[in-house]
Design a protein around this ligand. Structure first.
Ligand code: FEO
Length: 402
């Protein structure tokens, strides 16, 4: 264990003792070009408490930061708000070193920690609304099931008004400054939106319910201490509002065209469709999968209400990049969207039907007639593409007026 890494004080009795991962660029399929942090917190109450841990490879960084405040073996309690391994990976080793009096997790958290590490017997399960006395301070637990795992929960430290929110409100962003107001807002918003799109979008209904019930609790919150990226202290209301907006995903006058191409025919069609969208007056973005990543497409889906997908037919199927991105987007369960499709082919021409199957399996309303072009699109094909783009744009505008 090194002694280089120091804790950062975030309130009178609470320290950030997490780890900064400047190198990570891929997070279970999610591209993280700006790295991330694994946040953990040390509460210096009468019962010294560690909230969450870090990825196993960052165990020494965690221990070093804790040691800059207190001997880790003096920690009495560990709270595990979320069992995913970026926050629990080092827990078995940490428990072995610290030998805490108790480890707390939600009921599902206990099961998840048992399944991952066989340490369920060491865990005391806590229920939604339950309070835990730390002697001179108090923690209450708020179950946030399926945000984004069954075990997920928040912990609220009453005396310092800190909400430990695990993944919720977080972002993948490695930083040298721990608070939101010490960082660039545009980057924070961009990365939080990307995080929401890629991790939380499927659970939008639960998020809306949680925001409502959390607001009804009237808990004063000075700091939202997430498990990834900077902590919120100056923009808490703003981020809660953005979460509500993203989770509602109301109709927007914005579309995306997502396509790949073999010999440029599908690309030419995409451009004709974009001209139609432009004519209709809606905003749009064109995302060729040869130079786009699925996690950026997810963010654009969150900002849009139409997805127009294009693929050539390759070996009686769609292009592999299109199967990849559509499988990923389907899993994120976007709502309130319409779809359309197009593609080129040489002889069998299955791609468009397969694209439509993807769109329908996502419960999207498919608008217009799909456009298929044999080998190279003709002028007539491009006119159909233009009209399809225009139809998607006008349909979106009509939905906004409703
Ligand atoms: Fe950051 Fe769901 O783990």
């Amino acid at each position: 264990m090194n002694s280089i890494c120091k804790a950062i004080k975030i309130s009178d009795n609470v320290y950030w003792v997490g780890a900064v991962d400047w190198a990570v660029r891929e997070f279970h399929g999610y591209q993280t070009p700006r790295g991330t942090t694994y946040n953990a917190y040390l509460i210096m109450a009468e019962k010294i408490t560690l909230v969450d841990a870090v990825k196993s490879s960052f165990k020494d960084e965690l221990l070093s930061r804790i040691s800059s405040v207190v001997d880790p073996r003096k920690i009495d309690y560990i709270i595990s708000n979320h069992a995913e391994m970026d926050h629990s990976g080092c827990l078995p080793e940490i428990i072995e070193i610290i030998k805490p009096e108790k480890v707390f997790a939600s009921i599902m958290g206990q099961k998840a920690l048992e399944s991952h590490f066989g340490i369920g017997a060491m865990v005391t399960p806590v229920k939604n609304g339950e309070n835990l006395s730390l002697g001179d301070m108090n923690i209450s637990f708020i179950e946030t099931r399926m945000l984004h795992w069954p075990d997920s929960m928040f912990s609220y430290l009453k005396e310092e008004q800190i909400l430990f929110s695990q993944d919720a409100f977080g972002m993948h962003l490695a930083v040298d400054k721990i608070f939101d107001d010490q960082n660039n807002w545009e980057i924070l918003e961009e990365e939080t939106e990307k995080y929401f799109a890629n991790i939380l979008m499927p659970y939008s209904t639960q998020i809306l319910k949680l925001l409502e019930s959390f607001s009804a609790m009237h808990l004063p919150v000075k700091i939202v201490a997430t498990d990834h990226g900077p902590l919120w202290r100056s923009n808490i209301a703003k981020i809660l509002n953005l979460y509500k907006e993203w989770a509602e995903h109301k109709p927007l006058a914005r579309a995306i065209i997502v396509y790949d191409t073999m010999w440029n025919s599908t690309a030419i069609m995409a451009r004709a469709i974009s001209e139609g969208l432009m004519e209709s007056g809606v905003e749009f973005k064109v995302m060729p999968m040869s130079s786009s990543n699925r996690s950026d497409v997810a963010t654009e889906v969150l900002k849009s209400s139409a997805i127009i997908v294009g693929s050539p037919t390759l070996n009686n199927n769609v292009f592999p990049t299109m199967a990849d991105v559509l499988t990923y987007i389907k899993g994120l369960r976007p709502t309130n969207m319409i779809g359309a499709s197009f593609g080129s082919y040489g002889w069998s021409g299955e791609s468009v039907a397969i694209l439509n199957d993807y769109l329908k399996s996502m419960n999207l309303e498919v608008v217009g007639d799909s456009v298929k072009a044999k080998y190279v699109p003709t002028e007539a094909d491009l006119k159909l593409c233009f009209d399809l783009g225009k139809l998607v744009g006008t349909t979106l505008k009509g939905k906004i007026k409703q």
